[in-house]
Design a protein around this ligand. Structure first.
Ligand code: APR
Ligand code: ZN
Length: 245
């Protein structure tokens, strides 16, 4: 199976990767739905929805500030580096990611479509004031939520897509990438959250081969031409060999 997938990657005209939190767990950032996932001991509607943010920005930042420190210090995983190497060899045209940690770019990937935004910016929901997040929040454990320097409000929302938000133009851009693709590699995602999960059947309908690399079953395994079950660091290492990466 590995040899067949390596050949598909080697022969692809337009390969695209679709990634989720599973590519960053080996960078020390927990995913959401695994046994040790973030949603195990908190309700995502409290800390990852616009309604939850508006209701209680302090609760929102109490949850996210320790994770933001982990994101700031995290290094790319073997999976991030594998995809960056494929792109530099012309074997990968784009990475469509649900992650907000910026690790694909840190690994060297240049064409990265961030479907759920990123934690780079803060934007005041009252007056629109925007500023760099890392420069504006003290990430020590006891940090307080950011206060808008121009209007004093607590509603400084990070530039991530929360449950209840629309995805914006990046979705149409990702759909076009998928329509142009003849190979879609899905890495480290449960493929459970739409509209991003809908990119997998779209790839099938567009005639692309679909490969899912993941530790557990996903919502889209039935749509896949191949499923590689296991740890991503092992799987990308096995794929790198026949590809001479
Ligand atoms: N190797 C292989 N698979 C892994 C590894 C690993 N090292 N670590 C985690 N996984 C797998 C898990 O088994 C799980 O199936 O990665 C998948 C991660 O799935 P989720 O935790 O659901 O993350 P994701 O698919 O990115 O979630 C999508 O949901 O909460 C929202 O906005 C959030 O972008 C996120 C979206
Ligand atoms: Zn403001």
């Amino acid at each position: 199976m590995i040899g067949m997938v390596a050949r598909w990657i080697d022969q692809a005209r337009h390969a695209v990767a679709l990634t989720g939190a599973g590519v960053s767990t080996e960078s020390g950032i927990p995913d959401f739905r695994s046994d040790a996932g973030l949603w195990k001991d908190v309700d995502p509607m409290d800390v990852a929805s616009t309604a939850g943010f508006e209701e209680d920005p302090r609760r929102f930042y109490r949850f996210w500030i320790p994770k933001l420190a982990a994101i700031r210090d995290a290094q790319p995983s073997a999976a991030h580096r594998f995809l960056a190497r494929l792109e530099s060899r012309g074997r990968m045209q784009a990475v469509v990611t649900q992650n907000v940690d910026g690790l694909h770019q840190k690994a060297g990937s240049r064409r990265v479509l961030e479907m759920h935004g990123s934690f780079r910016r803060l934007e005041c929901q009252v007056c629109g004031h925007s500023m760099d997040l890392q420069a504006s929040i003290d990430l020590r454990e006891d940090a307080k939520p950011p206060i808008c320097p121009s209007c004093g409000s607590l509603r400084m929302k990070p530039s991530v897509v929360l449950f209840g938000d629309m995805l914006g133009p990046v979705l149409a851009e990702a759909e076009q990438e998928i329509r142009d693709a003849d190979l879609l590699l899905c890495l480290g995602s449960s493929l459970a959250v739409f509209p991003v999960a809908g990119l997998v059947p779209l790839a099938r309908r567009s005639g692309a081969k679909v490969v899912i690399l993941n530790r557990e079953t996903t919502g889209m395994d039935d749509e896949a031409d191949a499923v590689l079950r296991g740890e991503l660091s092992d799987l990308v290492q096995e794929l790198a060999a026949p590809l001479g990466l």
